[in-house]
Write a protein that binds this ligand. Structure first.
Ligand code: COA
Ligand code: MG
Length: 282
């Protein structure tokens, strides 16, 4: 199999149980009516969690992730939207009982991404390729040092410019996050023992699929990674436990995301007023 693939080559192979979706929250300014509709279309405990966000930006990303999960599960299982029951496992990963379906959400800055798979384990992570901390990049790298293997730092530091180093850093970040999100452990494991060995550079709007994973020095060849550099701005990595072809990401509109949604809970005027009064971001 080719390790670097242009996305459109594989778009025809997409089957409906395998999906990749993306939603751009940057151009989405929900009205009070929109917020009412969607906050009533998610499970009550998720609605309550999302209500606790201080900023609109975080609430928006998180609710879009919930809607993607609900849309995927209702579409694939044919269970009515209102009867779907998403659970959280012991490490907080959203899962569904009784189906051989695995799915995962990630959000960063404006984009929310989703991967759904049948008979496979999946984790996804997205990062904007832009350092946004207050500290210098060197100081940031010093703090993050313990999460990366020395071989990974060698690759990161090979970059000639700060931009190249940051891009390489976020590439490893997304690889690690996608893996711990697939396994569901999150950050409970020692990330330094998870070492990625890239075999090809990332190329804008292409998939790279030949990066290798070593855990405690052992090559884990069952795991595959579909790495995608979206417009040079975002790195998106999908981690899978069985080799499958990459699928092109489809941008969803708000209408597409919500057209099959059903109301689960009652009108909640206070909840919507509270959202509308929030600032967008810090
Ligand atoms: N496993 C898989 N998915 C999980 C999960 C878990 N244990 N816990 C939550 N999720 C899902 C949820 O859908 C969540 O969305 P929600 O918060 O809106 O419900 C979504 O993943 C969040 O993913 P993402 O946007 O990529 O968040 P994150 O990268 O900040 O956090 C964690 C992902 C929670 C699983 C965990 O890895 C973490 O805390 N990461 C912090 C970032 C960090 O320091 N990474 C070091 C990289 S070197
Ligand atoms: Mg993440």
């Amino acid at each position: 199999m080719h390790s670097v693939l242009k996305t459109f080559v594989h778009s025809a192979m997409t089957s409906s149980n395998r999906v990749r979706w993306v939603f751009d929250c940057g151009n989405w300014f929900p009205s009070k009516n929109d917020w009412s509709k969607i906050s009533r279309s998610i499970q009550p405990e998720e609605k309550e969690r999302i209500g606790r966000f201080v900023f609109k930006r975080d609430a928006k990303s998180s609710i879009i992730g919930q809607l993607m999960i609900m849309k995927y599960l209702s579409q694939v299982t044919h269970i009515p939207w209102s009867k779907i029951k998403i659970k959280r496992d012991q490490n907080n990963k959203p899962v569904i009982d009784g189906f051989d379906l695995n799915f995962n959400v990630s959000h960063d800055e404006n984009l929310v991404v989703f991967a759904g798979e049948q008979n496979n384990t999946v984790g996804i992570d997205i990062m904007r390729n832009r350092y946004k901390g207050g500290k210098s990049v060197n100081e940031f790298f010093r703090i993050m040092h313990r999460n990366f293997n020395s071989k990974e730092w060698q690759v990161i530091n090979k970059g000639c410019t700060e931009e190249q180093k940051i891009n390489a850093f976020y590439r490893f970040w997304c690889l690690k996050e996608s893996y711990v999100k697939a396994t569901g452990t999150g950050l409970t494991v020692n990330l330094k023992n998870i070492c990625f060995v890239p075999k090809s550079d990332l190329i804008k709007n292409y998939f790279v699929t030949n990066t290798q994973l070593f855990v405690d020095g052992q090559l884990l060849s069952d795991w595959v990674f579909h790495e995608y550099l979206y417009d040079n701005n975002y790195t998106v990595t999908v981690c899978l436990n069985k080799p499958v072809d990459p699928i092109n990401f489809k941008f969803l509109t708000f209408e597409e995301l919500t057209n099959s949604a059903e109301m689960i809970t009652d009108v909640d005027e206070l909840y919507c007023n509270s959202f509308m009064a929030k600032s967008d971001c810090p």
